[in-house]
Design a protein around this ligand. Sequence first.
Ligand SMILES: *Cc1c(COP(=O)(O)O)cnc(C)c1O
Length: 409
Amino acid sequence: MSTLASTADILARGRKRLLHCINPQPVVLDHGDGALVWDVDGNRYIDLLGGLAVTGLGHAHPRVVEAIEKQARKLIHASNLYATTPAIELAEKLCANSFAERVFFANSGAEANEAALKAARKYFHDRGEGRFEFVTAHNSFHGRTFATVTATGQEKYRAGFEPLVPGFRYVPFNDIEALARHVGPRTAAVLLEPIQGEGGLIVPSPGYLKQVRQLTREVGCLLILDEIQSGIGRTGTLFAYQQEDMVPDIITIAKGLGNGVPIGAMLTTEDISKALQPGTHASTFGGNPVACAAGNAVMDVLLEPSFLPGVRDRAGLLRRHLEDLAKKHAAFMGEVRGRGMWLGVELKWDGAKLVNYAREHGVLVNIIHGHVMRLAPPLVVGEDLMKEAFEKLDKAVAAFIEKEKPAGK
Ligand SMILES: *Cc1c(COP(=O)(O)O)cnc(C)c1O
């Protein structure tokens, strides 16, 4: 039984018992299929957000569902005290398709970054080098644990949680000279997103990441790329760094890897991996067989020869649609940014409420801090659905502008 009353009731129960920081939109999602999702009242939405760049293969992808079902019947959990096949297979696939030689599995992006930061400090500790500092970028996002929120170069995420973890410095993103002034004999690692996601789809200049790589080599510190949002096909290649003519020392991944099943991973070289010997780091759920079975299904689909070229084709179409929309509503929408199936459009006044107009027109999008509309749809979203989504978005944006345009705009 699904009625409007039941939606209000479910939401009220959530408001009463979940922490206030969990503050969802006023619908209750029930089930999905590909790039479509339905709420408990049967309303249909085109999902252009993919659960925050997570459901890359779309909702209820048959290969992922089957892998989870099959593994759940066999063994859901073993702990990291026992070997299981899904984790080993997934590590092999990740290494075979990247620079990496070893993988540590965690359960989220923040935990993958924690592992990377700990590995970097321990690596230099073991070598007797006094390198402990991390340099990260303004406007970055690396997670919500103490170390990763400290790494996050946005004051509003850190406010009230001080004292933070010592040893972090911040530099402007995409500014190699500023970075050069802040790295030195105390630097353990530079940690950057290849493209800033939460920061508003900020793409660095061509060659920036390669310059960062050269600089970190000269200085003798490590380079960690946070590919938690950019990885797993989001930008049209398996990892974003693969379009940058450079190789990092560590990457962290999470969001797309399990297509929605919680999983994170840190990928690194044999040499750096030696920093984390038995007893130095672990996770009870890390490498969980069900999560890794989902990860294996995702990787198998992504590695089919036609899959990533197909993503790049659809990405071109997505960008054209978004550019057309921005042009049509140029009073409100500005620059289109991003790469692959991961785009943002700059908004000229606070667009936070646009998310409601879009949803009421049947499209799920995300507004970052009021000023960028972010799209990270399933990588598989078809041409017809994309067209329908943008027809609806066009109407939603027009309605938003008519009702919400501030005086003087
Ligand atoms: C989402 C995200 C994280 C944090 O991942 P969680 O799974 O929420 O801990 C870290 N870094 C980047 C770039 C992200 O997009």
